[in-house]
Design a protein around this ligand. Structure first.
Ligand code: DC
Length: 224
């Protein structure tokens, strides 16, 4: 079998990575993997079992139960042990706990192994924080998306207010700023731009322009 083609899209939260990744996967017939959803799934599991709260994180117990966590995707929706949790993983409760969970090396290794296994089998578009640096250092195309925190917070607010009317723009901005800090300063696989990634300020383009531009670039690299 020909080696799968891997597109890695990294960047901070709410830069539009997943919108771009989904559109590329759809246009190219690739599998889309939202690696952030996987970290969110583990976070939800820990919270459901009482191992993670705003004041307490029982890291060791979570690590010993990692094999009880089965994460799968069905039409881009995350299933946690067979149950669709795609709405629950986007709540502020999960958003506020996820960076702590994502800083734990044993959890990262557990998820990175699964992400690599998917990329070994399928042509993929995967988005996250460490896809081009750690998960697939030899990815065929690497993009690094940036955007001003206020623009990202507004974006996330517009997405969330329908499902969670109690959410405020201020709370989202605070969560985004806090996660930017935690995700970029953690010891294991911090959010950094791969040296060979193409940096894009997503706020400078409309979604359509960005998609058209990146699709053309990918097709050129694929030779199609
Ligand atoms: O993309 P997102 O906001 O849904 O990601 C949620 C969190 O998961 C993010 O704050 C950091 C973590 N994450 C990570 O550490 N590595 C990845 N590849 C993807 C996400």
């Amino acid at each position: 079998m020909k080696k799968p083609f891997v597109i890695a899209i990294d960047g901070a939260s709410s830069t539009g990575k997943s919108t771009l990744a989904k559109a590329l996967a759809q246009a190219l017939g690739f599998v889309y993997v939202d690696s952030g959803a996987m970290y969110r799934g583990v976070t939800l599991f820990a919270q459901q079992h009482g191992w993670l709260s705003p004041t307490h994180f029982d890291t060791e117990t979570l690590i010993t139960h990692l094999d009880d966590i089965q994460l799968t995707f069905n039409n881009n929706n995350l299933l946690l042990n067979g149950i669709d949790v795609s709405t629950e993983i986007r709540t502020m409760t999960v958003s506020n706990g996820v960076s702590q969970v994502a800083a734990v090396s044993a959890i990262r290794s557990f998820l990175v192994a699964q992400q690599r296994a998917i990329g070994a089998q399928h042509n993929v578009v995967m988005d996250g924080r460490d896809i081009g640096t750690v998960v697939f250092p030899n990815a065929d195309v690497k993009l690094f998306l940036t955007a001003d925190a206020n623009i990202r917070a507004q974006r996330r607010y517009d997405e969330l207010k329908g499902t969670d009317p109690s959410v405020t723009l201020d709370a989202i901005l605070e969560n985004i700023t806090q996660r930017d800090h935690l995700d970029s300063t953690r010891a294991d696989s911090p959010l950094v731009q791969a040296t060979d990634a193409i940096a894009i300020n997503a706020a400078e383009f409309s979604i359509t322009t960005l998609q058209t531009h990146v699709l053309a670039l990918v097709k050129k690299r694929m030779g199609i």
